[in-house]
Design a protein around this ligand. Sequence first.
Ligand code: AGP
Length: 619
Amino acid sequence: MCGIIGYVGKESAAPILLEGLRKLEYRGYDSSGIAVMNGSNTIHTRKKKGRLQNLRDLVGENPPEGECGISHTRWATHGEPTDENAHPHLDQSGKLAIVHNGVIENYQPLRKALEAEGHVFHSQTDSEVLAHLVGKKYEASAESDATPQMRLVAAVRDALKLISGTYGIVTMHADIPGFLVGARLGSPLVVGLGKGENFLASDVSAIVSHTSDAIYLSDRDLVYMTDSDFKIEHVEGGSVEFEVSRVDFTPEQAEKGEYPHYMLKEIFEQPTTIANVFRGRLSDDEASAKLGGLNLTPQELRDVDRIVLVGCGTASHAAMAGEYIIEHLSRIPTEVEIASEFRYRNLPMDKNTLIFVISQSGETIDTLAAMREGQRKGHRVLSIVNSVGSTIARESDGGSYLYSGPEIGVAATKSFTSQVMMMSLLGLLLGRMRNLSMREGQRMLAEIRDLPAKVEMILQQTEKIRAIALKYIDAQGMLFLGRQFNFPTAMEGALKMKEISYIFASGHASAELKHGVIALITEDLPSVFIIPKDSVYDKNVSSLEEVKARKGPVIAITTEGNTDMEDIANDVIYIPEVDECLSPILSVIPLQLLSYHFAVARECDVDKPRNLAKSVTVE
Ligand code: AGP
């Protein structure tokens, strides 16, 4: 999951490429580079290990001139982060440059064959092999009467036929100033159409400050462009259909504004983003939800007798919450499958099984593959996605957008609450088509409408939660415990803590303590209990007491007014009263803030945690 951007226009390319990389850095940040060409038939490359600022410092000393270029911010797959392994990579001639997002699975035999022909490599990456392949194909057509542009397009086509794996690439050749070629399979690539300039990027956040007109390429699309023209074809030749979309967010929305981190901004956006999910999707007349994008008739929805929810990471935790919520509201058997497992396990499903894939980015390769596996089996696969125009959104058989705006922080926050909100709407819709009464539906609508204000009330406790985080700042581990609707919340809280503060954290169903987990309890291991006043409160108290009996410190997330916890827990964070099936949307907020403040106090890079990237587009 790297970030790539290409520019061709009349402006100096280097500043545009560097600014574009800044917007894409959340996709990978262990090294970066740019290559710029000008009319002088040469390509100038600058590459640097480490964060983007290192590249900026390098370029600042001696900015390469030219109005056409490509750039890349890396999440290492093959070869550790070094200057040499950073992209762009050059071919044997040094006149072709390429940036690549993806994995070339057969790069080693290809590299050996090229080395046998005298090619010399300077990195350990799979991507450099692609540069040499394209360059070799381009050189081989030197005598043809095709134009240099068409020779380069043909060279890309021929080289891509030889590789297996995934790619999102942009390439250029010093013989052809002002000309870029791009292609994608399994990694996203979007065309930005400007006035007298054109762009290629991994996602629109890199180009939204220049243009709102975008074309989201599909797998096996190939595009070539100048500053005033472009053409999109199939990678094996032939025309393809495409449409120009308007980017659905502003440049300001892709910035962190007055917040110190994107993650904090996105935590505080949740009153709005939760409302964005249900805005226009609640029906008072029917005491139900309206989800038009499902592309299913009422009868088809009525016939659904099993639901499979598929996702990765936070999206899988939202799916876990969805399982409890949808079953509670609709009584339809619902189950969760981790996407990377679903795609290989050949789950028995009959024709009335409905599959939903859940993904913030809409590009997670395991979730994309799981969707395609479900479709291969003849199932309709619907998607719950945040990124408009993303691959999963476009290839699914229907679904609903979250409309949360760009989520830049690597740690998912607003996307989780929006995904759970969407699952609640789905449960309400399906429930009202079955056993849920009008009165119950109306009560759920009122509860849903109250959620943004309740989230706002929790956010006001950020300083109190920060004080609690500081109290446990030396903890080397943390347990997160919850039951029923909040067992998934415990899983999500643990993921937040571990991925941004790097301490060991695990989430469990509270009663699992007795089955082994309690062996971990010491005075130095805090346990966070999600323990609202709900139907399993008393059982949860028993679990909490077991921890206290072994001197384990406890942080309790409980319902306002439930002062019992003051006598039992070491620290208490209150959340407003809410129907228990919606409680994950509230109870996760303190956990997001707890992990944020804890990580900041430990001076971790909250928005770009080590080893991670926002969108996992490699397997
Ligand atoms: C969660 O904080 C992580 N960013 C990660 O687990 C993420 O949820 C997962 O990679 C799925 O991403 P997606 O929702 O974009 O598919």
